[in-house]
Design a protein around this ligand. Structure first.
Ligand SMILES: Nc1ncnc2c1ncn2[C@@H]1O[C@H](COP(=O)(O)OP(=O)(O)OP(=O)(O)O)[C@@H](O)[C@H]1O
Ligand SMILES: [Mg+2]
Length: 331
């Protein structure tokens, strides 16, 4: 039974996929991003008339990454992304395979900037929205965890801020199910500077690796630097030398930071997972508490993920079929 469900069904689904001639169907307007594993285009979909973001995964890199999880029936990026419905997660409308055998995803087009930009600029946008952004990232990630996934690549590069100053998590290329085979030690995929120590040391992992990456992201949003003060271009081997040292306390760099916010972020950065928040939900709860106290006038409406249902806005000609795969490595 398990064999059929876990291995045969995904294979059959993929084999049934109709291949799409991307150049015939989409008018590519402008390249939005050249990721390490893909190209992303703003494109006009002739089928729906809609302007979308079209992500085409690199064939060879995706195959190399997939090979790491052979036999585990890891869902591909498109399969994961299609299941996510949250105001702070980019909406994926369709996924499939191109006539060149690449996996592609059709997403809502997010008109905005990568969070790396306001992190680097520490501009008015960042200063006035920092806590709201942090809470929204937490809401998206908390929902994502409750759906049973581990992200493995949360970092400012994979977070967009749209024109309404609302957060959208993107890039589910390294996602794995939160199940024992995928929590076993081994693969060190992700972005080195955001990787939890247990992942770097090839110990068993769980959703708390995302708590760590979330805390690094929050830390950077306040300080513009990484918790160990290390250069983001360092390799994994160089970072291994730093992770046994305690991170620089955020209060040293931002003396006027609220104590509850500071201690919440620092607990998220604990080297041992058992000393960290045991869930994003727990960390988020503390951050929301701080936001309510510090910004009572903001009247930010928290997203209740229990109430996040299907919105049918996009449900029309797109087929809810299969395939995709995934992303880059770091070792
Ligand atoms: N839905 C979208 N709307 C607008 N821009 C997008 C969208 N999705 C992705 N992008 C842009 O394309 C870039 C690459 O996307 P993505 O992170 O999904 O690709 P990737 O190959 O997995 O990247 P990497 O592995 O380098 O993180 C993003 O940083 C962003 O600038
Ligand atoms: Mg990315």
């Amino acid at each position: 039974m398990l064999l059929i469900k876990k291995i045969l069904v995904p294979l059959i689904k993929r084999a049934r996929l109709k291949k799409v001639n991307i150049d015939a169907r989409f008018i590519k307007e402008r390249k939005l991003g050249q990721g390490s594993m893909s190209e992303v285009w703003r494109a006009k979909d002739k089928l729906s008339g809609r302007v979308v973001a079209l992500k085409i995964l690199d064939l060879e890199k995706t195959a190399r990454l997939e090979a790491r999880f052979e036999g585990l029936a890891k869902p591909c990026e498109g399969e994961v992304a299609m299941k996510l419905r949250h105001p702070h997660i980019v909406r994926t409308l369709e996924h499939g395979i191109t006539t060149n055998n690449e996996q592609y995803l059709v997403m809502e087009y997010v008109n905005g900037v990568s969070l790396t930009l306001p992190v680097a600029l520490q501009n008015e946008l960042m200063q006035s929205h920092r806590l709201t952004f942090i809470v929204q990232i937490g809401e998206g990630l908390d929902y994502f965890h409750k759906q049973g996934w581990i992200h493995r690549d949360l970092c400012p590069r994979n977070i967009l801020v749209d024109r309404q100053n609302s957060i959208k998590l993107i890039d589910f290329g390294l996602v794995v199910p939160n199940t024992p085979p995928f929590r076993a030690p081994g693969n060190r995929t992700g972005t080195a500077s955001y990787m939890a120590p247990e992942l770097i040391k090839r110990m068993p992992t769980d959703q708390r690796i995302d708590v760590y990456s979330y805390a690094v992201t929050c830390y950077e949003m306040y300080t513009k630097q990484l918790p160990h003060g290390v250069d983001p271009t360092l390799t994994l081997d160089m970072i291994v030398q730093h992770i046994n040292q305690a991170p620089i306390d955020i209060r040293e760099l931002v003396p006027d930071i609220d104590d509850q916010v500071a201690s919440t972020i620092m607990t998220g950065l604990a080297a041992k997972p058992e000393d960290r928040w045991d869930s994003v939900g727990a960390m988020l709860h503390r951050l929301r508490g701080a936001q309510e106290r510090l910004e009572p006038e903001s009247e930010y409406e928290y997203v209740d993920d229990e109430a996040v249902g299907d919105d049918d806005e996009y449900e029309y000609e797109y087929e809810d079929d299969d395939d995709g795969e995934w992303e880059y490595e770091y070792e």
